[in-house]
Design a protein around this ligand. Structure first.
Ligand code: SAH
Length: 254
């Protein structure tokens, strides 16, 4: 009886120990999985991904971004800082990404391509329409003297302004408003970059471009958009369509 009781007790004990151990293992596994999932990639990993992005998506044959300063700026600006933390793992993928309010941060190649087309000089003052996350403005800020950027969605303008400041991009000024009208107080600009698509080229922007200045702008509905490169030459404006693209539409203030 006693022996039997003893055996019964130890089987029960074994079972309890087993169940407790299993529970501990399972709960630490769950903890680890959730931690791994929310754990952002390390700085070193993100740096390596950014280097690969430059080599494979920008400088590679077929993509052909050649401007050394543009490639350096793309290698230096932490794109992950301009996307939600949940998307850090995709921050250096070859895609646009959502940034909230129905808007997107452009594909890295498009940012580099448009920047290269502007032929930015260290003394330039540049106007951007469509601040979004602030990423394009950050890239420009490393290449030119001053960046002025306008965003029509106020919370996005505020967030981009705070992010740019936090990351030390001190030569960028952000304005919440309708970029169709440009920023006359700071005109003329050496270059203008528009990252949302109107259905025609806004005359106020052409007016705020200096003689000899360049503007890059997507024009048209989202299923049939072209990226145009304009150059102002006296009273003339030379323009050429250079790439089919798909940007969010330019909104107008009511
Ligand atoms: N350059 C951005 C991406 C732009 S997405 C980046 O690097 O993240 C296009 C942005 O243009 C959106 O944020 C949208 O709200 C903004 N936009 C649309 N119409 C606008 C207008 N009339 N004036 C200023 N910004 C506008």
């Amino acid at each position: 009886m006693l022996r039997l009781g003893c055996y019964m007790f130890s089987w029960l004990q074994l079972l309890i120990v087993f169940v407790r151990r299993a529970l501990i293992v399972l709960s630490s596994l769950a903890l680890c999985l959730s931690a791994c999932d929310s754990q952002p990639a390390s700085k070193a990993e993100l740096f390596a991904q950014r280097k690969t992005m430059v080599e494979e998506q920008l400088a590679a044959p077929g993509r052909d971004i050649r401007n050394r300063r543009v490639l350096e700026a793309m290698a230096a600006v932490p794109r992950h800082e301009f996307v939600p933390k949940a998307l850090w793992k995709s921050a250096y993928s070859d895609d646009p990404l959502p940034i909230g309010y129905g808007q997107t941060i452009s594909q890295p190649f498009i940012v580099a391509f448009m920047t290269e087309q502007l032929d930015p000089k260290p003394t330039d003052r540049v106007l951007e329409i469509g601040t979004g996350s602030g990423y394009q403005a950050a890239v420009l800020s490393r290449l030119v003297a001053e960046v002025y950027t306008i965003e029509i969605i106020e919370p996005l303008a505020k967030r981009a302004e705070a992010d740019l400041k936090r990351l030390g991009y001190n030569n960028v000024k952000v304005l919440a408003g309708d970029g169709y009208q440009g920023w006359p107080e700071h005109a003329p600009f050496d270059a203008i970059i528009v990252t949302c698509a109107p259905d025609h080229i806004p005359q106020p922007l052409v007016g705020q471009l200096r003689d000899g200045g360049r503007m890059i702008i997507p024009v048209g509905p989202s299923d049939n958009q072209q990226l145009y490169l304009l150059q102002k030459l006296g009273t003339e404006v030379e323009q050429q369509a250079i790439l089919p693209v798909r940007f969010v539409p330019m909104k107008r203030a009511q």
